[in-house]
Design a protein around this ligand. Structure first.
Ligand code: FE2
Length: 422
């Protein structure tokens, strides 16, 4: 045996005593060349070692639905006095006239930094594509994606918020956006003149998706109106185009407003079409139900019924300190606490499901092939200052280490001192 083969292996990074969520007792993990590798024989060492000390570890939180072109706009727009989605879109329309690449990139960068320190390793952002703003938001996010490439993976969705049929030229802009670097095609079919135009909107999106072989991620029925029925149209189009597993529906607030019979029918179709569902509890708790008399609806889709059908459900921040929603710091644990309340998820297994929504379920939405801590997976890890998912959510605990491709990209020290009686 050659001398080099008898020596203990040297890895780039070893994490000792990592309590990987869902994987049993604490163990040691090793990363080399940006990917997990077998630890190797006893005595393996690394250039850098971190002791997780039995703390909970995940391969990163996933943010599957945020609008980075709009974040932090509260600093430069009038107040949304009605608090409605409609007034928010009107205010946004005026602000877009002043958009520059630098303006958008500066705001987005501040929130990407926040997301990274909160343990987000992969993020999907929708960016507006329409006749008003053109591709300026795309150009800004392409810049941001390149700037942060070593610390977070960013997917970009070309999002026709103002409709496609009623905003001429948008279909061509969507194609240009994908040609220039957007990853996914979005949609907003309920924002059309009527059901026929909504169906046409969906058809245009699928025609482009097929031509460019990209996934689809649409805003669907963000309304309390039980007559908002584009989710059923999306299911039909997904099946007709053979796009099962490649389509995501965000918001789907109207699903919560349907009568039970129609809701059951649509949820069965969602399962059949293998559509990923994303709920956005922060924004929709704030925007929906405002016109109701008491009791007021919550505006949050039927999370537990979807989960019970085996449908993949995740959640996202959506809007953040803009005319749609005045709070937020893109913290998946903050959103987990919100959705646990909004969807009545209180039992231990339900709390674990909420945690899965922020991690493995989100990874499925983003079609990540190498999410995990098995050998060969991307070398990403977040060490949480908690032992369980419930503890992490309860305390919105510190993210002590955020590791991307084997490099520590953010650290937060937990220091508590007190002189209280024990
Ligand atoms: Fe959204």
């Amino acid at each position: 045996m050659a001398a080099s083969e008898s020596q203990a292996p040297v890895r780039d990074l070893i994490i000792r005593n990592a309590l990987v969520w869902g994987a049993g007792a604490p163990r040691d993990l090793a990363i080399s060349a940006g990917r997990y590798v077998e630890l190797g024989q006893t005595g393996a060492t690394a250039a850098t070692e971190i002791d997780a000390a039995g703390r909970l570890c995940i391969p990163g939180f996933i943010e599957p639905h945020i609008h980075l072109d709009k974040v932090l706009l509260t600093e430069s727009v009038p107040v949304n006095r009605s608090g409605s989605l409609g007034e928010a879109i009107d205010i946004l329309g005026a602000r877009k006239a002043t958009y520059t690449v630098e303006d958008i990139a500066e705001r987005a960068s501040r929130i990407v930094t926040s997301a990274v320190t909160n343990g987000v390793t992969h993020l999907r952002t929708h960016i507006d594509v329409d006749s008003g703003c053109g591709l300026t938001p795309l150009d800004a996010l392409l810049e941001v994606r390149a700037r942060f490439a070593e610390v977070i993976d960013i997917q970009i969705v070309a999002f026709p918020q103002l409709g496609i049929v009623k905003d001429p030229g948008t279909a061509a802009l969507l194609e240009q956006a994908l040609a220039r670097g957007a990853d996914v095609i979005g949609g907003m079919p309920f924002n059309e003149a009527g059901p026929a135009q909504s169906a046409e909107h969906i058809q245009i999106v699928f025609d482009i998706a097929r031509a460019r072989d990209v996934d689809v991620d649409m805003h669907i029925d963000e309304s309390d109106d039980p007559n908002a029925r584009t989710l059923e149209m999306l299911c039909a189009a997904t099946l007709a185009n053979g796009w099962q597993g490649r389509v995501t529906a965000g918001h789907t607030c109207a699903l919560a407003a349907y009568d039970q019979g129609y809701a059951d029918h649509v949820m069965d179709l969602v399962a059949q079409a293998d559509i990923h569902m994303i709920t956005n509890p922060a924004t929709n708790l704030m925007l929906q139900g405002r016109d109701d008399d008491h009791p007021k609806r919550r505006g949050v889709t039927r999370v537990k019924e979807l989960v019970a059908r085996g449908i993949n459900v995740s959640f996202g921040q959506d809007n953040l300190r803009d005319m749609f929603y005045p709070f937020g710091r893109d913290d998946p644990l903050e959103l987990a606490l919100l959705i646990a309340h909004a969807a009545h998820m209180s039992q231990p297994d339900e709390i674990d499901t909420v945690f899965a929504m922020a991690t493995i379920n989100g990874a499925r939405v983003l079609s990540l092939p190498d999410y995990g801590t098995d050998p060969g997976c991307a070398g990403d890890l977040v060490i949480l200052d908690a032992q369980t998912a419930a503890e992490a959510i309860t305390g919105r605990c510190d993210r002590n280490y955020v590791i991307k491709s084997g490099q520590v990209v953010a650290q937060t020290e937990t220091r508590t001192t007190h002189e209280l009686p024990g």
